[in-house]
Design a protein around this ligand. Structure first.
Ligand code: GAP
Length: 460
């Protein structure tokens, strides 16, 4: 069974309508990508799976949808204006820009640039004469810290005083709404706020397809708790992340934890879950113990009390936050890598098949009239009946084998063939994508039969 390289996967995504290069007709824009019809459906299914796992199935979990643009003081309070930076340097020879930490980590995988100061990184690069990846010379400028936030101006005059920012993470939208959710949901600690939405970062390093982009989507989940319960929740959400990835069909062997040595300005502990992509291990989730840093800072900068009154103990305190954050685009990529295979069949034939969970598949059923002239009318009737329940496609061109393959390659779990038996006694042939086994099912039983496997709870 053949697996795909990153280049082959990008070509597949383009060929079948999953992902296109952003602004393609203008030559693109580096690190931007557009989701096509099938990609959009699959991404929506992935987000629905997260909603099911994190909002619906859990108690005291609330989803919100906050604005991308926020009062700029939010970013002062969160520390992003001062600390959300990358250490960049320029090659004096070929004028290309690089991240100092990436140069070191690529030069020596045991070096761990994350744990170095700026001066240590520069010293390491000079001492080891690390070459520029573009021109091979080792002649760099000093390291400077570049802020990753995209700024824009509000109103008609351009000045730094009316700068506003595209959010670099969703989390702050959840923190500034903590009091609103607490009040309107009449809830108690511990409770969680989640949201799905776009985030923006001015990343300069190469992207690895959709792995690192400047505009991406996050599914963030913040659990507000009492100090003392934070460590247990932190461990719990690390495990919950692995469970969620298995639920999505990722192979446990290709998942690992990466505990951070160097912590972000807000964190007491941090751990990523990484997936083994063809280019190596890459972060797809992060769990962070953010302590009461965020709410304390928002209290300080907004002047609003963020204290929680604990009726049981009669104490007042600022809650701790345990964050569990998921990158939609990176998980989407991991799901594709996991599922797309080329299989050997009998007689030297091969087929490409996307063995993705039926829950995530963009189209659930492909309806096929065996003989176009004779069976199309009935097949259209069945298609119209099924489309009220599922995403369905209809295919009447080419031989039946080719039509099966067209469904297989985009991950459609079921193919229904309408033939003379359908006209005579109301049965169809239902073919399973993975086993390619066929069974006979009555037309009136199709919705129940197929629906059983497309229910989130069916996988648990
Ligand atoms: N609120 C915490 C936070 O934003 P993060 O580790 O910086 O933490 C969370 O980002 C997730 O967002 C990552 O695990 C990753 O999946 C995704 N992500 C981060 N930067 C990204 C980028 N440039 N392109 C695509 N996904 C990204």
């Amino acid at each position: 069974m053949k697996k795909f390289s990153m280049e082959e996967l990008a070509a597949y995504c383009n060929q079948y309508g999953f992902i296109f290069q952003g602004s393609e007709i203008y030559g693109g824009l580096a690190n931007t990508w557009d989701y096509g019809p099938l990609g959009t459906r699959m991404k929506n299914n992935l987000k629905d799976a997260w909603r099911y796992y994190f909002i619906q199935k859990r108690d005291y979990s609330y989803e919100i949808d906050s604005d991308i643009l926020m009062n700029p003081t939010v970013w002062e309070a969160s520390g992003h204006l001062s600390s959300f930076t990358d250490p960049l340097l320029d090659c004096k020879e070929c004028k290309t820009r690089h991240r100092a930490d990436n140069l070191i980590n690529a030069f020596d995988t045991s070096a761990n640039a994350d744990a170095m100061t700026q001066a240590e990184m520069l010293g390491y690069i000079i001492d080891n004469k690390i070459p520029c990846p573009r021109c091979g010379k080792s002649n760099f400028t000093d390291i400077r810290q570049f802020n990753l936030m995209f700024a824009t101006q509000r109103g008609v005059t351009q000045s730094n005083t009316n700068n506003i920012y595209l959010r670099p993470e969703n989390a702050q939208g959840e923190y500034v709404n903590y009091l609103n959710v607490l009040r309107t949901m009449r809830t108690k600690l511990p409770f969680s706020i989640g949201q799905i939405g776009k985030a923006f970062r001015n990343e300069i390093t190469p992207g690895n397809f959709t792995f690192r982009t400047i505009e991406f989507e996050q599914m963030e989940f913040q659990t507000f708790c009492k100090e003392g319960n934070d460590e247990e929740l932190y461990d719990y959400f690390k495990e919950y992340g692995i469970e969620f990835f298995e639920f999505l069909g990722l192979n446990k062997e290709k998942l690992r934890y990466h505990d951070h040595d160097k912590l972000a300005h807000y964190a007491k502990a941090a751990c990523d879950i990484e997936y083994l992509f063809p280019f190596g291990w890459g972060e797809i989730n992060g769990t962070h113990n953010r302590t009461n840093f965020d709410l304390t800072r928002h209290q300080e900068y907004s002047g609003k009390s963020m204290e929680y009154f604990d009726e049981q103990t009669q104490e007042k305190y600022i809650p701790y936050i345990v964050e569990s954050t998921y990158g939609v685009d990176r998980i989407f990529l991991a799901v594709l890598f996991e599922a797309l295979v080329e299989e050997e069949l009998d007689k030297g034939e091969t087929r490409q098949v996307l063995k993705v969970s039926p829950l995530l598949a963009p189209i659930k059923v492909n309806v096929l009239p065996l003989i176009k002239k004779r069976h199309s009318e009935k097949a259209i009737e069945i298609y119209n009946m099924l489309k009220k329940h599922f995403m369905v496609s209809f295919d009447d061109s080419g031989n039946i084998g080719k039509r099966y393959r067209r469904g297989d390659v985009i991950g459609t779990p079921y193919a229904i063939t309408v033939d003379n038996n359908t006209l005579d006694n109301g049965t169809v042939t239902l073919r399973d994508r993975d086993s390619m086994k066929q069974i006979t099912v009555f037309t009136h039983e199709l919705v129940e039969y197929i629906g059983k496997t497309l229910n989130f709870s069916s996988i648990l």
